[in-house]
Design a binder for this molecule. Structure first.
Ligand SMILES: Cc1ncc(COP(=O)(O)O)c(C=O)c1O
Length: 397
C-alpha cells in the first residue's frame, strides 16, 4: 500500500467525472455534464482568430509566458472586468488554468488541515474536492430561492469562529442549484462577513449567462459591492463564455493573497496555456464575446424553458425543482425518503442520465436531490429525457 500524503488521502473522486462518460454516449439523453453544447462552441471564431494572428503573436502562442498570465490578455481582461464594476485598487489579477485552478490555488494558499471552509449546501463538487484535498472540514448553510440563508450562514460562522478561514459562494446561477442571489441577499452576505477576517471566494463562471437582459443587474458581483479592504477574491472562467477546452480562468483579489497564489502556481504549471491565452485575448480585443453571449443566452434560455415545461408536465407532485434565470442547471428535490441513485439506475435503463446530488452536499449525506444540466442536451431531446427521468421518479415513489 503506497504511503499516501495527507492531501491525497483527503481527495474524493468526482461523481461528475465518472458520469461524464454517459454524456459522450449518443444513445443516452444526458443531463449530466456541466458543459456547453458542442454545437454552440465558437469553432469558426477560433479559425478566424488564429488565422488573423501576426507572426509575433503566433510565436508568443507557442512560447512559455509569465506565470501571472500573457500580458495582453491581462490588459484586455482587466478592461472587461472593470466594465463589470470590479475594483483594481490594491488588487492583483492572475490567469489560471480554469477557475478550478483558481479555487485550488487559493485553497493551497489559505488552508491548513483542520481549517473550516464555509459553503452553500449544495455546493460545486469540484470546489469541495479542492478544499477536502487540503484537509479542510466543511461547514455549510442551505440555499433558498434568493441565495444562502443568512441566519444559517451566521450560525455556521459563529460556530466556527476560530477555524473558519474561507467562505466559498457561487452567487450567480449557482452550480448545482441554478439560483441567483437577490441584491438584498448579496448585501446581507457582505454584512454578515464584515469584520470577521475570513476570505470570501466568489466563484462566478455563469454570471454572463442570464436569459433575460432585465436580470443583468442581479449579476453584479459581490466583489464589486464589497467595501474596499475586505478580503474578497473573485474567480471567473472562459469555460462557459468561450470554451472549457481553453482551460482558462482567472483570480482577482487582494494583492498579498493573489501574489501568494501566483507563487503556488509557479511550481504547479509555470503558466497557463499561452496558446489559448493568445486566442482569448483576440476574442476579447475583437469584440467576439458579446456576440457569442447573445447567441448562447438565447439558446440556453430555450433549453431551460423546454426543460421547465417538461418538468411541470411530468414530475409527480411531492417533487420540487428550481427555476433558473440563467446558467446551466435545475436542482430537483424529492421527498427525504427517496434516493436519487435509485432514480438514476432506473432512468439509465431507459437511456437518460443526470448527476445524483450527494456529491454536492458538503457533508456528503443528502441522497434525495439531483442535478439536471440543460445546456448541452440537444433541444429536441430534452422533453423526452425529462419524461424518462420523471417516470423513473414515479417508479420509486
Ligand atoms: C461553479 C464552478 N466553478 C468552477 C468551475 C470550473 O470551471 P473551469 O472550467 O474554469 O475550471 C465550474 C465548472 O463547471 C463551476 O461550475
Amino acid at each position: 500500500m503506497p504511503r499516501f500524503s495527507q492531501s491525497a488521502r483527503g481527495m474524493r473522486s468526482s461523481e461528475i467525472r465518472r458520469l461524464m462518460a454517459f454524456a459522450a454516449d449518443p444513445s443516452i439523453i444526458s443531463f449530466s455534464g456541466g458543459m456547453p453544447a458542442a454545437s454552440l462552441l465558437p469553432t469558426q471564431v477560433i479559425d478566424e482568430l488564429y488565422g488573423s494572428l501576426s507572426l509575433e503573436a503566433k510565436q508568443a502562442a507557442l512560447q512559455y509566458g509569465p506565470t501571472s498570465g500573457y500580458p495582453p490578455l491581462l490588459a484586455s481582461l482587466t478592461e472587461y472586468l472593470r466594465s463589470k464594476g470590479l475594483p483594481f485598487e490594491g488588487q492583483s489579477l492572475i490567469i489560471t488554468t480554469g477557475a478550478q485552478q483558481a479555487i485550488n490555488l487559493l485553497s493551497k494558499t489559505l488552508l491548513d488541515p483542520g481549517d473550516v471552509v464555509v459553503s452553500e449546501n449544495p455546493s460545486f463538487i469540484g470546489a469541495l474536492a479542492a478544499f477536502l484535498s487540503y484537509g479542510a472540514s466543511m461547514a455549510a448553510a442551505p440555499l433558498d430561492d434568493n441565495g444562502i440563508v443568512i441566519d444559517e450562514l451566521k450560525k455556521v460562522l459563529d460556530a466556527n469562529r476560530s477555524r473558519a478561514k474561507m467562505v466559498y459562494l457561487n452567487p450567480s446561477f449557482q452550480n448545482p442549484a441554478g439560483i441567483i442571489y437577490s441584491e438584498v441577499r448579496r448585501r446581507e452576505v457582505l454584512e454578515a462577513l464584515a469584520g470577521r477576517d475570513i476570505c470570501l471566494l466568489e466563484d462566478d463562471p455563469y454570471g454572463e449567462l442570464y436569459f433575460d437582459e432585465r436580470d443583468r443587474p442581479l449579476t453584479v458581483p459581490l466583489k464589486a459591492m464589497a467595501a474596499a479592504g475586505e478580503p474578497v477574491c473573485y474567480a471567473g472562467s472562459f469555460s462557459k463564455i468561450f470554451g472549457p477546452g481553453l482551460r482558462l480562468g482567472w483570480l482577482l483579489g487582494p494583492a498579498e493573497i493573489v501574489e501568494k497564489c501566483e507563487l503556488a502556481k509557479q511550481s504547479m504549471d509555470a503558466c497557463s496555456s499561452t496558446f489559448t491565452q493568445v486566442l482569448a485575448h483576440e476574442y476579447l480585443r475583437t469584440g467576439r464575446l458579446p456576440l457569442y453571449l447573445a447567441t448562447v443566452r438565447a439558446a440556453y434560455a430555450r433549453r431551460a424553458t423546454i426543460m421547465l415545461d417538461a418538468l411541470a408536465a411530468e414530475m409527480p407532485s411531492p417533487v420540487t425543482w428550481t427555476r433558473p434565470k440563467g446558467g446551466f442547471y435545475v436542482w430537483v428535490t424529492m421527498p427525504e425518503s427517496l434516493d436519487a441513485s435509485a432514480v438514476f439506475a432506473e432512468a439509465l435503463k431507459s437511456r437518460a442520465a443526470f448527476v445524483t446530488g450527494s456529491g454536492f452536499d458538503p457533508y456528503g449525506v443528502k441522497k434525495n436531490c439531483f442535478r439536471l444540466a440543460f445546456a448541452h442536451t440537444p433541444e429536441e431531446k430534452i422533453a423526452e429525457g425529462i419524461r424518462i427521468v420523471a417516470a423513473a421518479v414515479r417508479s420509486i415513489l
